[in-house]
Design a protein around this ligand. Structure first.
Ligand code: KIV
Length: 263
C-alpha cells in the first residue's frame, strides 16, 4: 500500500517527481484509482459528468460534501481535495464557514478554490484558520458564464504576466499547491518555475509539476465532448455499452443466469 501523501510530501515532490492527480466522485471509483495515484480531487466537474448539468456552477456544498464522504470512504489512504463550489467563497467569513463544514463533515485533506490574486486574502484567511488550500489558476470553469465561454489563457504578454502574478499570490497566501488549467504550455512552464509549490496542470502542457484529469474523461466514459487535452486511456463508453448489450441479449434469450449463477 502506498504511503498517504501530506501537504509536506506534496510540496517536497516539486522537482523530484511529477504528481498524479485524478478526480473521483464515489467510493467505487476512488478505490479503483487509489493504488495508481497521489491525490484525488473531488471536483465540482461532478456536476457535469455525474449530475449531467451543462457546467459546474450549480454544484452545491451539500453535494460536494456527500461525494467527498463517498470518496474518502473508498480511498482511505489517499490525499483528498474537495472543490469549493461556485458562490461558496465570495467573502472571507463565508469561505471559512463553508471550508470548516467540509473539514468537519468529511475527511478531506484540503479544499480547492478557483482564482489568483483576487482570492489571495481568502486563501490566507483559510490557511491561517487551519484549512489546507489548493489554488486553481488559468482557465476557471466557475467563470464560464461570466467570461462567455472556456477561454485558453496565456496567449498575450499581459495574460502571461498576470498568470505569474496569480501563481505568486496564491503561493504567498499559503496554498500548498495549485492547479493550472487551460494555459499555453510555454507560459505554464514559466508559471511553474516562478513558484516553490507544485503546479499541477490540466491542458497546460508537460512542463509543470504534475497532471490532473477528470477520471470519466480519461476512461472514455464521458461522451458529450472531448477537450483537446484529454487522452482516453480506454474507450470506457464502448466497453460499458457492449457489456450491457450482451447482458440484455442473454436475458432476452434466457442464456443468463446459468447454473453457476443460481442458488
Ligand atoms: O472540477 C474539476 O474536476 C477540476 C479539474 C478540472 C481540475 O477542477
Amino acid at each position: 500500500m502506498n504511503k498517504k501523501m501530506t501537504i509536506t510530501s506534496i510540496k517536497k515532490a516539486k522537482g523530484l517527481k511529477p504528481l498524479v492527480m485524478i478526480t473521483a466522485y464515489d467510493a467505487l471509483f476512488a478505490k479503483l484509482l487509489e493504488p495508481s495515484i497521489d491525490m484525488i480531487l473531488v471536483g465540482d466537474s461532478l456536476n457535469m459528468s455525474f449530475a449531467g448539468k451543462v457546467d459546474t456552477l450549480s454544484a452545491t456544498l451539500d453535494q460536494m460534501i456527500y461525494h467527498t464522504n463517498a470518496v474518502c470512504q473508498g480511498a482511505k489512504n489517499s490525499f483528498v481535495v474537495c472543490d469549493m463550489p461556485f458562490g461558496t467563497y465570495t467573502t472571507k467569513k463565508q469561505a471559512l464557514n463553508n471550508a470548516m463544514r467540509i473539514f468537519q463533515e468529511t475527511n478531506a485533506d484540503s479544499v480547492k478554490i478557483e482564482g489568483g490574486s483576487d482570492k489571495a486574502e481568502i486563501i490566507e484567511h483559510l490557511v491561517s484558520n487551519g484549512i489546507a488550500v489548493c489554488g486553481h489558476i488559468g482557465l476557471l470553469p466557475q467563470s464560464v458564464r461570466g467570461e462567455g465561454g472556456y477561454k485558453i489563457k496565456g496567449k498575450t504578454q499581459e495574460e502571461k504576466e498576470s498568470l505569474v502574478e496569480d501563481a505568486k499570490a496564491v503561493e504567498t497566501s499559503g496554498a500548498f499547491c495549485m492547479v493550472i488549467e487551460g494555459v499555453k504550455a510555454d507560459v505554464a512552464k514559466e508559471v511553474a518555475q516562478s513558484v516553490q509549490v507544485p503546479v499541477i496542470g490540466i491542458g497546460a502542457g508537460k512542463d509543470v509539476d504534475g497532471q490532473v484529469l477528470v477520471f470519466s474523461d480519461m476512461l472514455g466514459l464521458f461522451e458529450d465532448f472531448t477537450p483537446k487535452f484529454v487522452k482516453k486511456y480506454i474507450d470506457g463508453a464502448s466497453l460499458v455499452k457492449d457489456a450491457l448489450s450482451s447482458y440484455a441479449q442473454e436475458v432476452r434469450t434466457k442464456k443468463f443466469p446459468k447454473e453457476e449463477h443460481t442458488y
